[in-house]
Design a protein around this ligand. Structure first.
Ligand code: PLP
Length: 439
């Protein structure tokens, strides 16, 4: 019996021993095409020589220096790289070790900002149902994934959740996309009015919802209206791009495609591409300067802030993405994969919707296409699809949450940006076989 406290204690896992571009290889030599980047993590694939060299060089020079004593060259260089390319207004970067930590830091920065400007009554967070912002208690309280929250509800801080922007299930048949977005904007503003605008600290949202809904972008104009509403009431906009950011949707930051700049922006997964655990909270110059000119100290921290080797790895990943023109490839291969999915599953009786952006695509699985009726949750279809795909040598991310408070199923595809056309064929063929096996 494994001594590892695995997350699934009744499952047995193959042992991953090697990576080869977009493939992982287990101890028996079986190859798995990583069609979901693990959890939208792997952007450069699993064996990039430039990143390997950057890590090894950094470890030889200096692996780590605690951030309360030193800054480091890789940390400074990575912050410069990100701020130079970040949405308007972003002025600095706080480095952490993953997505949940990035969200926690964003929440605390928001809180401290309002303390510094003399608005201590702003404590309320508004987020959206069917969202996921991480599993630590602050991030979990923010997220609206009912299943993940349920056992821990008594430990979670009070957060108000509004409707997600989820056209497949939320937009009415007689309603335009614009009217749908407007209805949600009105819901948000009504919620702010109800809570008391001067009590609200932040609105938190994923520009493209990942883990809970499976690659769902907002309708056009929604985020611009959200930005306007936040500005009108002095509320900070926190965009969580832990899953959809760092090029995954075809632009370095997903919010670029919405034409909005947040006050705080969280990234992780694709930042280090899995080569090292790293996340970041990008803060507006206004927030940073307010804290700098006030107490001058952000009252939050972890041991591995700005870990030099993690920063060196992330810098190498980001430079490689840029130098090799991989964002263009994300857009082109994303379109090609979507076209293949539509061709193969467009009329599939159990594929209700195919959606997403770039190499971040989702298929919603339904018992009945016409009525959008979900599968019986007791079937645990997600687990069955994942297992069948692994049998086929394909990794896809099976998640639930497409129904409010209940399960609902989808398959999330987020392959590395280096995938070639023949990998796309392999993804679609193996997914087809897995669905036939599982359904
Ligand atoms: N935020 C979003 C949008 C995510 O999708 C995730 C993870 O899936 C997180 C936060 C948490 O990131 P991590 O698992 O690195 O803590």
């Amino acid at each position: 019996m494994s001594r590892v406290f695995h997350r699934h204690l009744k499952a047995s896992y193959p042992t991953a021993v090697a990576g080869d571009g977009p493939y992982l290889i287990d101890a028996a030599g079986k190859r798995y095409l990583d069609a979901c980047g693990g959890a939208a993590v792997s952007c450069l694939g699993h064996s990039d020589p430039e990143v390997q060299a950057a890590i090894s060089e950094q470890v030889k020079r200096m692996a780590y220096a605690h951030s309360s004593f030193f800054t480091s060259e890789p940390m400074e260089a990575l912050a410069d790289f990100l701020v130079d390319r970040a949405p308007q207004g972003i002025g600095s970067v706080y480095f952490v070790s993953g997505g949940s930590e990035a969200v926690e830091a964003a929440l605390k920065m928001a809180r401290q900002y309002f303390l510094e400007i003399g608005q201590p009554e702003r404590t309320q967070v508004i987020a959206r149902r069917q969202s996921y912002h991480g599993n630590t208690l602050g991030a979990l309280a923010t997220g609206g994934n009912a299943w993940r929250r349920r056992p821990f509800e008594p430990l979670l801080a009070d957060t108000t959740h509004v409707s997600p922007c989820y056209a497949y299930r939320g937009q009415r048949a007689d309603e335009s996309a614009e009217a749908y977005g407007e209805r949600l904007a009105v819901e948000l503003e009504d919620t702010i009015e109800r809570l008391g605008p001067r009590r609200v600290m932040a609105f938190v949202a994923e520009p493209v919802v990942g883990a809970t809904l499976g690659a769902v972008p907002a309708v056009p104009g929604y985020f611009r209206r959200v930005r306007e509403i936040c500005d009108r009431h002095g509320i900070l906009l926190i965009l969580d791009e832990v899953m959809c950011g760092m090029g995954r949707t075809g632009s370095l930051f997903a919010c670029e495609q919405e034409g909005v700049s947040p006050d705080l922006l969280t990234v992780a997964k694709g930042l280090g591409g899995g080569y090292q655990p790293i996340g970041a909270t990008l803060a507006s110059a206004r927030i940073r300067d307010t804290i700098a000119e006030g107490t001058g100290f952000f009252q939050h921290g972890h041991t591995y802030i700005g870990h030099a080797t993690a920063c060196a790895a992330a810098l190498a990943v980001q430079r490689a993405v840029e130098k090799r023109g991989l964002l263009e490839q994300v857009r082109a291969r994303g379109e090609a994969l979507r076209a293949r999915l539509e061709q193969r599953f467009g009329d599939h009786p159990h594929v209700g919707d195919i959606r997403g952006r770039g190499l971040f695509l989702g298929l919603e699985l339904v018992a009945d296409r016409a009525s959008k009726e979900p599968f019986d949750p007791d079937r645990r279809l997600n687990a069955a699809v994942k297992a069948a795909a692994m049998d086929q040598g394909l990794m896809c991310y099976p998640a639930g949450g497409t129904l409010d408070g209940r399960r609902g199923d989808h398959v999330l595809l987020a392959p590395p940006y280096i995938v070639e056309e023949d990998h796309l064929d392999e993804i679609v063929d193996k997914l087809d076989a897995a669905l036939q096996q599982a359904l």
